[in-house]
Write a protein that binds this ligand. Structure first.
Ligand code: SAH
Length: 252
């Protein structure tokens, strides 16, 4: 049951826009077992359009982030323990595309529910050493593993120079120390958009966040320069919940 829920989680299920998934699985691991081939597939399906996103997903080997026994290059979420999953490659790619303009060199990016650290590592390469890529995750063991993963990845220099950091905290509160953020990604579905995250968004900033319980929408939240906020639905998705540590660990 846990495996089934894990497999169902983090999926885009009802196509609507360019960030859509055409089906629950775009290809199987047999057809693409290498990181480069995975990126090329995502480009072919039109999920990756920007050369910068392709370059970064090429550089950060997903194989380093998926626990042994998983299929890192297959287009599925994979269990990472603690009742959660690493999102499928097409969801990571879609979120990087949606945030690309807000992940320019020197910008500040927050990854709430950073899990394996995969997307935080991608953010670090995009914003560079002058920027800040900040992960927040509430399971201390996942934070420790994510740091080990990042050390083995192309983002390792950013851990060393301090432009990438991962913190143990309740992500619903964001990470005020390095706010405001040009980009915020939330990797778990919130019942509603946490106020603290809207506050920590910079004018001109963008947040991508799945919202809902049974039915979830990936929302794109733009804070305009005058401070007003616009919210639109990008696509239907299925993520694990953004919740308390206790609720997550006792979810069975
Ligand atoms: N984006 C990550 C993980 C996705 S799963 C990846 O792809 O690797 C969602 C993650 O959110 C899990 O690691 C879970 O532990 C974390 N999470 C859930 N609720 C949280 C909260 N309130 N604060 C911080 N992290 C949370």
């Amino acid at each position: 049951m846990e495996v089934l829920r894990s497999i169902l989680s983090c999926f885009s299920s009802r196509p609507r826009s360019r960030a859509r998934a055409q089906s629950h699985r775009l290809w199987s691991s047999g057809a693409s077992d290498k990181n480069k081939a995975m990126v090329e597939q995502l480009q072919r399906y039109g999920i990756i359009r920007s050369s910068k996103v392709a370059e970064v997903m090429d550089a950060i080997d997903r194989g380093v982030f998926v626990p042994p026994g998983g299929s890192p290059y297959s287009d599925s979420p994979m269990p990472i323990g603690y009742n959660v999953t690493i999102s499928a490659p097409h969801m990571h790619a879609a979120c990087l595309e949606l945030l690309e303009k807000n992940l320019q060199p020197g910008m500040h990016a927050l990854d709430v529910g950073s899990g394996t650290g995969y997307l935080t590592a991608c953010f670090a390469l995009m914003v560079g050493s002058e920027g800040r890529a900040v992960g927040v995750e509430h399971i201390p063991e996942l934070v420790a593993t994510s740091i080990e993963n990042i050390k083995k990845s192309a983002a390792a220099p950013h851990l060393n120079d301090g432009s990438l950091s991962i913190h143990i905290a309740d992500g619903r509160e964001g990470w005020p120390e390095l706010a405001p953020y040009d980009a915020i990604h939330v990797g778990a579905a919130a019942p509603q958009i946490p106020e603290a995250l809207i506050e920590q968004l910079k004018p001109g900033g963008r947040m991508v966040i799945p919202v809902g319980t049974v039915f979830q929408e990936l929302k794109v939240v733009d804070k305009k320069l005058d401070g007003s906020v616009s919210i639109r639905d990008e696509t239907s998705v299925r993520y694990v919940p953004l919740t308390s540590k206790e609720a997550q660990l006792h979810a069975n």
